[in-house]
Design a protein around this ligand. Structure first.
Ligand code: SF4
Length: 517
């Protein structure tokens, strides 16, 4: 540790997890897993050490019977087909064929055992991928523009910037003990495709005239995050050149590391520090840490596309296209993933890209190859032309695997989307997000209709239920959806949503839209 951990001076002000982190750095667990627990087995792992597994990107799965879930970081969601094949092989050999695309463009496995982990870490490393720090109190997967480099709607290609920032923070022991999880977003897409305002730190496209010349760069947002107490990030009054993104990220992360709250775990995210200080004080601290910075320039974000790309679209390279596919609630199997890798090689440029709406994109498809690609069998299910509701339904993991979940989400989300597609004729897409607990991994707060799992008492006992909220958006400064009164039993969600959407259809004014982008 090359810095002074000032917060360690008074352990009485630290929560239990902080004390654990002082005892042993989270990153140390990776070596211990490889050298000890993988050999000695699940039963040999003490409770404290299981908490540290997060730094390896690994969580215990529900029920706690020796199976784990793992998240793999995918910078900006961009994967080569070699990486996709390695990921598929892990799902096939160890993860019962299951692959989930998360709302942070990561790839998630289930059913892993501790004895599998050394081989999985190696297979990932061999293709330049890591699960390390995909979870834990550290900088996690950096989300970005999945179309970086091919996007007609980006100011600059952010691929290298995201990779540079990722490489700096990954396994960097100066930043492996932050007060809590830390999420970054870097995109130059003018439709806010990396959901800037729900990140701890975000960079969005901007320009500024400096010394008579227009410079392309970024505006910077801090203090966003969801969970039980959600905050939208706020913009700092600064303009950042592309070559400064890394140093600004480092400076802001140092401010958070050294000043973030460590007494109560539920108040430790950077959003609470920003809310406490305000953005002006935060800027002052940044200038102390980094040096003088130009004030804000011209914001270039025009609207929000909610990270949806389904269908065939032209790239900025003439004669080439990207094809956005729908993965119902972000789930596919290893065989389908391998097959998509084949298609990306045969028809495209050898990459697949994951989106924050839990979908995948095949890129670099020449005009004359589009028709052939669209005839491929695997695209019957993972289709570029999904039905209205299925195309816009997102779900977190839920109680199938997640220990924090109150209710089942993924299968229910599929059932609800299928029901709505059968019962409602509607041109306009409505984004529906399911989450199984207040942590909001399924980003319920930004949905047109957000459903949060809970329980309700009935004569037959406690049953799954959902709180409903409507009207979320990340257009402009963003606005979280508003909770409706009452709670809906899990079995009634589909007919209740049908009535709600039908009511909107029957009563909406001409210019009104359900979605706000
Ligand atoms: Fe688990 Fe809750 Fe996150 Fe869903 S929102 S994956 S239930 S922690």
């Amino acid at each position: 540790m090359a810095y002074e951990a000032k917060w360690a001076d008074d352990p009485s002000k630290l929560n239990k997890t902080e004390l654990l982190k002082l005892e042993k750095d989270g990153l140390d667990i990776i070596r211990t897993i490889i050298e000890k627990y993988a050999n000695e087995g699940y039963e040999s792992i003490p409770e404290d050490e299981l908490l540290r597994f997060k730094w390896a990107g690994v969580y215990e799965q529900k029920p706690k019977d020796g199976h784990f879930m793992m998240r793999v970081r995918i910078n900006s969601g961009i994967m080569t087909t070699d990486q996709v094949r390695a990921l598929s092989s892990i799902a096939h050999d160890y993860g019962r064929d299951l692959v989930d695309v998360t709302t942070r463009q990561a790839i998630q496995f289930h059913w892993l055992k501790v004895e599998h982990l050394p081989d999985i870490f190696k297979r990932l490393e061999d293709v330049g991928l890591y699960s390390f720090e995909a979870c834990g109190d550290c900088p996690r997967t950096i989300v970005g523009n999945p179309l970086a480099g091919i996007d007609p709607n980006e100011l600059i290609d952010t691929t290298d910037i995201v990779n540079e920032v990722n490489d700096f923070f990954l396994m960097n022991r100066d930043f492996s003990n932050l007060p809590r999880k830390y999420k970054m977003s870097i995109s130059s897409n003018i439709y806010n495709t990396a959901h800037a305002q729900i990140n701890c730190l975000a960079f969005t496209p901007a320009t500024k005239v400096i010394d008579g010349e227009e410079v392309i760069g970024f505006h910077v947002w801090v203090g966003g995050g969801l969970s039980a107490k959600p905050f939208l990030a706020q913009q700092l009054d600064i303009f950042v050149r592309p070559e400064e993104v890394l140093k600004i990220s480092e400076a802001i992360t140092i401010i958070y590391r050294d000043n973030g709250f460590r007494a109560k775990r539920h108040q430790s995210r950077i959003k609470f520090l920003v809310a406490d200080w305000g953005v002006d004080k935060f800027r002052e601290e940044l200038v102390k840490q980094y040096g003088e910075l130009p004030t804000r320039g011209e914001d270039k974000t025009q609207a929000w596309n909610a990270a949806y790309f389904d269908g065939v679209h032209p790239q900025k390279q003439k004669g080439y296209n990207f094809v956005g596919l729908n993965l119902p609630v972000g789930r596919l199997n290893a065989q389908e993933f391998t097959e998509l890798a084949r298609l990306a090689d045969e028809y495209g440029d050898g990459t697949l890209r994951s989106t924050m709406a839990q979908n995948l994109i095949i890129t670099g498809v020449k005009d004359e190859k589009v028709e052939g690609l669209l005839q491929e069998k695997v695209l019957e299910r993972l289709t570029p032309n999904p039905k209205r509701f299925m195309s816009r339904t997102v779900s977190c993991t839920g109680n199938e695997f997640c220990n924090l979940a109150i209710v089942e989400t993924k299968q229910r989300a599929v059932d609800v989307a299928e029901y709505l597609d059968e019962h409602i004729e509607m041109e306009e897409p409505v984004r529906i997000h399911f989450i199984g607990c207040p942590n909001s991994c399924g980003q319920k707060h930004i949905a047109d209709i957000g459903l949060q799992g809970s329980l309700v008492k009935t004569p037959e006992g406690m049953v799954d239920a959902f709180d409903l909220a409507v009207g979320g958006t990340l257009d402009g400064a963003g606005e979280f959806n508003q909770k409706l009164k009452g709670r809906v039993k899990g079995d009634n969600v589909a007919p209740v949503l049908e009535k709600l959407i039908q009511f909107y259809n029957d009563n909406r004014s001409e210019e009104e839209t359900f979605h706000q982008y």
